[in-house]
Design a protein around this ligand. Structure first.
Ligand SMILES: *Cc1c(COP(=O)(O)O)cnc(C)c1O
Length: 477
């Protein structure tokens, strides 16, 4: 496919701007040194170019997208429509409280529902993403220990089934990370935990359901062990899609939790757009929360800030329009819809796992939550065909590949998360695709290394694409 600059021809442009008929008033310092180089194409060519590009883009709208750990579900358009209302878009965070009562009510309601769903007492909507929420939550834990004069607690325990951002956030917040291994079933090894917890433990960060898609059955025991040692418990709630409305981190012994509104609550995820990672905490930590508190005085809502807060992690109230979408979603699916969403996400994952498990070896042969992990370690030994080859093959069957080589504790991993928004027919079609790809790879391993066969570009250098992306046109001068 040609780039738009390669399609350009001098004089072909569509110039609707008339010649200047007033004196030119451009100060020297604002003059460009060189003429602006825009591609020159007729309007229809521009339209076709972008339409062609759009067709090359694979999104949830284009087909099954089972990217594990990402909850790539379809988000209802109604949430976008509400967030686009002028009352939400044409406001400024520095406006007087009296002029933004509706927006403050949105924040207040969102906090109330998210607190109820997580079992927490207070919420900040300020963090802009999941990892940002983790960092914020860890700052709360640090501030609390400090406020009690306990400076010896410098370590955060992180199970090896945690999301990769957990140890990274703990290190960023200035903690030392202590790894807790999993037992053969994929759960936190309680013996190892008991041995590593101590007077230097600031807290534990647990991803639950964890990155192998399992709900830890010892969760209450885990949080009790950490509390008894004087540490706090942090819940990575980015996987809340699997449990919301059914169980609550606050009831499992957790003190702090973050959510990914851009996974669970109606904001498309993965396009690099704005996210939101609200953090909830128990009452004893609420004084440390960053961001805005909305209070009611004489029937009016007003903004205030918590006294001992750890400092803002972002400007104003965070990505407010993402919060509007989350609230719209929660209100539209309602008290019954929240747990039903979780139940269907788990049902869909188990259904697909069962359709595949005779052929695809599962890393853990048990009921999963919202996602499951395949291991192709033996398949690779037998055939030379890797998880990467199979993932690439799935593209030829109209699917976005699942997450590969993650979690790190499973070798040749494929991590599949279908989400609740897929129908049984889609799951059946996907299962047929998965089975066919593996079958073909067994019969013709050499072909499997060449897949995908149906795309314009087959195997780009992914490291180079990520580290040295070429995103500017090279005019060659
Ligand atoms: C996605 C995810 C995160 C990180 O969220 P970002 O918004 O990408 O920073 C953290 N933990 C888990 C379990 C996740 O799935």
């Amino acid at each position: 496919m040609k780039l738009i600059f390669e399609r350009s021809m001098p004089g072909r442009g569509t110039a609707y701007v008339p010649d200047l008929d007033v004196p030119e008033a451009a100060p020297d310092f604002a003059q460009r040194e060189r003429k602006l180089r825009l591609p020159e194409l007729p309007e229809v060519q521009v339209d076709r170019h972008y339409t062609e590009l759009a067709k090359e883009t694979r999104g949830v709208n284009g087909g099954f997208y089972p990217l594990g750990s990402c909850t790539m579900k379809y988000n209802p358009a109604a949430a976008e429509a509400v967030a686009a209302l002028p009352g939400f878009t044409e406001v400024h965070p520095l406006q007087e409280d009296a002029t933004v009562q509706g927006c403050l009510e949105v924040m207040q309601l969102a906090e109330k529902y998210l607190a109820e769903i997580t079992g927490m007492d207070a919420i900040t909507l300020q963090p802009a993403a999941g990892a940002h929420g983790e960092f914020t939550g860890l700052l709360l834990i640090k501030a609390w220990h400090r406020s009690r004069g306990d400076t010896a607690r410098t370590k955060i325990l992180v199970p090896d089934s945690a999301h990769g951002t957990n140890p990274a956030s703990a290190a960023m917040a200035g903690f030392e990370v202590v790894n807790i291994p999993s037992d053969p079933n994929g759960y936190v090894d309680l013996k190892e935990l008991s041995q590593r917890v101590g007077p230097d433990t600031a807290g534990l960060m647990l991803t639950n359901p964890n990155t192998v898609g399992l709900f830890d059955p010892n969760i209450s025991e885990i949080t009790r062990i950490v509390h008894e040692a004087g540490g706090l418990n942090y819940y990575d709630g980015a996987n809340l899609n699997a449990i919301m409305g059914i169980v609550r981190p606050g009831d499992m012994g957790f003190d702090v939790v973050h959510l990914n509104l851009h996974k669970t609550f109606a904001t498309p995820h993965g396009g690099g757009g704005p996210g939101s990672g609200p953090v909830g905490c128990k009452a004893f930590l609420s004084g440390f929360l960053p961001g805005i508190r909305v209070e009611e005085k004489d029937g009016k809502r007003c903004r205030s800030e918590a006294e001992a807060r750890v400092g803002d992690v972002r400007s104003f109230g965070g990505n407010f329009n993402v919060v509007v979408k989350a609230l719209t979603y929660i209100l539209s699916i309602g008290r019954e819809g929240v747990p039903a969403t979780a139940a269907n996400a788990v049902l869909n994952a188990n259904y697909l796992m069962h359709r595949l498990k005779d052929i695809y070896p599962m890393a853990f042969d048990t009921t999963c939550m919202h996602e499951f992990v395949i291991t192709l370690e033996h398949f690779k030994e037998e055939t030379g065909v890797s998880a990467l080859d199979i993932a690439k093959g799935l593209i030829d069957y109209g699917m976005h590949p699942p997450t590969m080589y993650f979690p790190l504790i499973v070798h040749e991993a494929l991590m599949v998360e279908p989400t609740e928004t897929e129908t049984k027919e889609t799951l059946d079609e996907a299962a047929e695709g998965f089975l066919a790809v593996l079958q073909e790879a067994r019969e013709h391993p050499e072909e499997a290394h060449l897949r995908p066969l149906t795309t314009r570009i087959r195997r780009p250098d992914e490291v180079k694409a990520a580290r040295k992306p070429v995103i500017r046109y090279d005019f060659g001068d």
